[in-house]
Design a protein around this ligand. Structure first.
Ligand SMILES: Cc1ncc(COP(=O)(O)O)c(C=O)c1O
Length: 378
C-alpha cells in the first residue's frame, strides 16, 4: 500500500497484492486518456446503474471467449471490486443471524465482511481438490435441522486463497449438484482466474457451468491490473442483476467508478489487457518459482512447499513438531513477515506466503532467510 512503509530490512510476504513493478502504469494512463477522449463529458456524468454498457459488453465478450459459455451484458453488473460486492450481496441475500458456509481455510478478509454483517460462519472441510461435497451436504442439513438459515456458500474454486489449489471440473459439478439439490446459493469468488501461471487456463467457473443458475460469480481487476481502480463485476442471472441495479443506492448514485470502467474497457478492446496478462503471468511464474525452489532447496522434506498453478500464494505445511507460532516468530527474527494459516481458519500448522508483492531479488533474499531460519528449528 502507498500508505504503509515497512523498514527496508523487513520483507513482508503476507499481503496479496501486486508489487509496483508489476502494475501496468503506462497502459492505464493511456487507457484513461483514450477513454476520456472517446466519451468526452459523457465519461464524467453519473454511471449507468448496471455499470457502463461498453464495459459490460467488452467484459461479456471476453468472458464468452475465455469460458466458452455465452455471457451477455445483462448477466453482468459493475462492482467496485469483490470486497464491496460481497457486502452488497449480503444486504440482498442474507439477514443478520443467517449462516454463511465457507471453505476451511478461506480468505480471511471475507470472514471479516461476513462477521461485520452479523452472519454466522460455518466452516466446511476442504481437501486438496476444494470443498468436500459430502461435507457441504452435511453442513446444510445440520444448519437447517437446528432451525438456522444457510444464506449462501462462499467459495474460491480457482487458485484458492490461501492454498492456491484448483478445484477440478468433476468436483465443481458435484458441488453444483448438491447446491441445487438443497437450493443453496453459491457465491464464487473468481479473483485469480486470469492468473494461471503454467499456460493452462482453469476449468470453466461454477457460474459458467451452471448457466448462472443458483450461482453468483464475483470478478475483480484488483489482482490482474491494479487494486486502486476499484473495479470488478458480478455475473449472475439477468433477474438477479436487475435486482441489484434496482437498489436505491444504484438508482440515486449510479454505478461506482464509471471513469475507471471506461478506461478498462479500452484495455479490453485494444488487446492491451491480454498483452499485459501475458507479461504478468510470466513475471508471477518467475516470482513463484524463485520462492518455491529456494525454500525447497533449503528445507527438509517434512516441510511441504506447494507450487500453485496460479494466483499469488504458496501454501506451506509445517512439520508436525513445528508450531505455527514458532514458525512465525522465527521468520520475524530473520526479517520476514509471513501469514499464519490460523488467520484463514487452518486447523493444522500452515503458512501462506505471497510471491506477488516483492521484486524477484527481494523474494530470493527473503526465501533464503526463511529457509535458514526454519531449518534450524530443532
Ligand atoms: C479471494 C479474494 N477475494 C477478494 C479479494 C479482494 O478483492 P477486491 O480488491 O476486488 O475487493 C482478495 C484480495 O486479497 C482475495 O484474495
Amino acid at each position: 500500500m502507498v500508505q504503509e512503509i515497512l523498514s527496508t530490512d523487513v520483507c513482508d510476504l503476507g499481503p496479496g497484492y501486486l508489487h509496483a513493478c508489476l502494475l501496468p502504469e503506462q497502459e492505464i494512463q493511456h487507457a484513461f486518456s483514450v477513454a476520456l477522449s472517446r466519451y468526452g463529458p459523457a465519461a464524467l456524468t453519473y454511471g449507468h446503474n448496471w455499470g457502463a454498457l461498453p464495459y459490460r459488453s467488452a467484459l461479456a465478450r471476453r468472458l464468452t471467449q475465455t469460458t466458452g459459455v455465452r455471457h451477455y451484458p445483462e448477466n453482468l453488473v459493475l462492482t467496485p471490486g469483490t470486497s464491496q460486492a460481497l457486502d452488497t450481496l449480503i444486504s440482498k441475500v442474507a439477514r443478520p443471524g443467517d449462516t454463511v458456509l465457507v471453505e476451511s481455510p478461506t480468505y480471511d478478509l471475507a470472514l471479516k465482511i461476513f462477521r461485520h454483517r452479523g452472519l454466522r460462519i460455518h466452516a466446511v472441510e476442504r481437501d486438496p481438490h476444494g470443498l468436500v461435497p459430502s461435507a457441504l451436504e452435511d453442513a446444510i442439513e445440520t444448519i437447517r435441522a437446528k432451525g438456522g438459515t444457510p444464506a449462501f456458500c462462499y467459495l474460491i474454486p480457482t487458485f484458492h486463497n490461501p492454498t492456491g489449489a484448483l478445484t477440478p471440473p468433476d468436483r465443481r459439478t458435484e458441488i453444483l449438484t448438491i447446491a441445487r439439490r438443497h437450493t443453496l446459493l453459491l457465491v464464487e469468488d473468481d479473483a485469480y482466474a486470469d492468473l494461471y501461471l503454467d499456460g493452462v487456463p482453469p476449468p470453466p467457473s461454477l457460474a459458467a457451468l451452471s448457466g448462472f443458475r443458483d450461482v453468483v460469480q464475483l470478478g475483480t481487476f484488483s489482482k490482474s491490473v491494479a487494486p486502486g481502480l476499484r473495479l470488478g463485476w458480478l455475473a449472475a442471472s439477468t433477474e438477479f442483476c436487475e435486482g441489484l441495479a434496482a437498489r436505491g443506492v444504484a438508482i440515486s448514485g449510479g454505478s461506482s467508478n464509471p471513469i475507471p470502467s471506461l478506461a478498462l474497457t479500452e484495455m479490453l478492446r485494444s488487446g492491451s489487457y491480454e498483452h499485459h496478462l501475458t507479461t504478468l503471468r510470466i513475471q508471477l511464474a518467475e516470482h513463484r518459482d524463485i520462492l518455491v525452489d529456494t525454500l525447497r532447496k533449503a528445507l527438509p522434506e517434512d516441510f511441504i512447499v506447494r507450487r500453485p498453478g496460479g494466483g499469488f500464494f504458496t501454501w506451506v505445511t509445517l512439520p508436525g513438531d513445528f508450531r505455527e507460532r514458532e514458525a512465525v516468530a522465527a521468520a520475524r527474527n530473520a526479517g520476514v513477515i509471513v501469514a499464519p494459516g490460523s488467520r484463514f481458519g487452518a486447523a493444522t500448522p500452515e503458512i501462506r506466503l505471497a510471491f506477488s508483492a516483492h521484486s524477484p531479488d527481494d523474494i530470493h533474499k527473503a526465501a533464503r532467510s526463511l529457509g535458514s531460519a526454519w531449518q534450524k528449528r530443532k
